[in-house]
Design a protein around this ligand. Structure first.
Ligand SMILES: *Cc1c(COP(=O)(O)O)cnc(C)c1O
Length: 357
């Protein structure tokens, strides 16, 4: 266990807690926030003293650069509580490394590891009652960085704010996810920012996704921007295909986000002796496999929903239904991941990180 208590945090505790007003059985994802938040400003070339304060609205000048040029990156992670009351994070070093990779691509400063862990763990200690035990319950953590400098010239800012806010989450059953394979719009291109968790990547997806939703599809599976022939990812989730008993997923690149759930599933597949191919996956191959019955599953993988089975896809005005699979890889990976995350199974790969309360 690393001791992160060397970075001092200014703490202002909330005088009352909102927790008694929260219905933990009926949470809408991302709408309820805990009592506290973590804030650290970057000014004059360095990160200032971090603070934890009551969750509250903040004020920024209208000229703050984030509003004009979109210098904003984020992370999504979860804290879990086991039945003995211990609190766990899942591969949090990977989130720290990734937010810095995202920041670097957007010409934003990296956030020091000690600040990240000390901030996160102190915040979790203060808001630990908001984490409910039981598989499916978690506290969703949203670290993010924005450019705060008040200046609208088009160049990187000199000041930034790093924050963490926390939102209690229930198991989230997305229902049967029907998807559209992208034929016109693109999410990212070679040399672009697709690999970064940049806010703008999401903004660019909302319009094409709303068109897909009008046709009855919840999500788009993005294809490569130049040919639209290769399947890349779902935009909030990486994507896996099962043809017969082989698991297939696209390699990460500068167009595809390096998901921690994806990485974990590839490892679990190896642990379960499942043949895995990490290679480009073509639309025509998946359509052919759907026609001849060898396409057994498609599922998305990401922190929010863990694993989301996909029940149908459309491409070229043809709809393909994927029959339910009793012994699905999706179900197996979801169960194994959740058991590791919730301290109910052996953690062979050292993925769990205990938060000392
Ligand atoms: C966050 C995200 C994912 C999933 O990553 P995890 O680390 O597994 O949560 C996949 N694709 C995109 C574009 C994302 O932003």
């Amino acid at each position: 266990m690393t001791n992160h208590s060397n970075t001092k945090i200014d703490i202002v505790k909330s005088s009352t807690s909102k927790i008694d007003h929260v219905d933990f059985e009926n949470l809408t994802f991302g709408r309820t926030f805990t009592d506290h938040m973590f804030v650290c400003d970057f000014i004059d070339g360095k990160w200032q003293q971090p603070k934890i304060m009551p969750y509250q609205a903040m004020s920024f000048e209208p000229s703050a650069r984030v509003f004009h040029y979109g210098q904003a990156v984020f992370e999504g992670m979860k804290a879990y509580k086991d039945d003995t009351g211990k609190v766990w994070l899942f591969r949090p070093k990977d989130n720290h490394a990734r937010i810095n990779k995202s920041s670097a691509r957007l010409a934003m400063p990296e956030f020091p590891k000690e600040y990240f862990f000390n901030g996160l763990e102190t915040l979790l200690k203060m808001d630990k009652d908001w984490i409910k035990p039981g598989i499916g319950n978690s506290l969703y953590l949203r670290p993010f960085v924005i450019a705060t400098e008040a200046a609208i010239s088009a160049s990187p800012a000199n000041s930034y704010r790093f924050m963490i806010i926390c939102s209690p989450a229930k198991a989230y059953y997305s229902g049967k996810v029907r998807v559209l394979f992208a034929e016109k719009y693109s999410r990212s291109a070679d040399g672009g920012v697709g690999f970064a968790k940049a806010a703008g990547n999401y903004a660019a997806q909302f319009y094409p996704t709303s068109l897909a939703q009008e046709k009855g599809y919840q999500q788009i599976i993005w294809t490569d921007a130049s040919t639209h022939e290769f399947l890349e990812e779902a935009g909030t989730m990486n994507i896996f295909f099962r043809i017969n008993n082989t698991l297939i997923t696209a390699p990460i690149s500068d167009r595809i986000l390096d998901g921690i759930t994806r990485r974990s599933i590839i490892q679990l597949a190896e642990d379960n002796n499942i043949t895995t191919e990490i290679r480009r996956v073509s639309v025509s191959e998946i359509k052919e496999a759907a026609r001849n019955g060898s396409l057994k599953e498609i599922f998305g993988a990401g922190t929010a929903a863990v694993v989301s089975p996909i029940s149908a896809f459309e491409h070229g005005n043809e709809v393909f239904e994927i029959p339910d699979n009793e012994k699905s890889f999706a179900g197996m990976f979801k169960k194994q991941l959740e058991e590791i995350q919730n301290n109910l199974a052996e953690d062979k790969h050292g993925w769990r990180h205990e938060v000392i309360l």
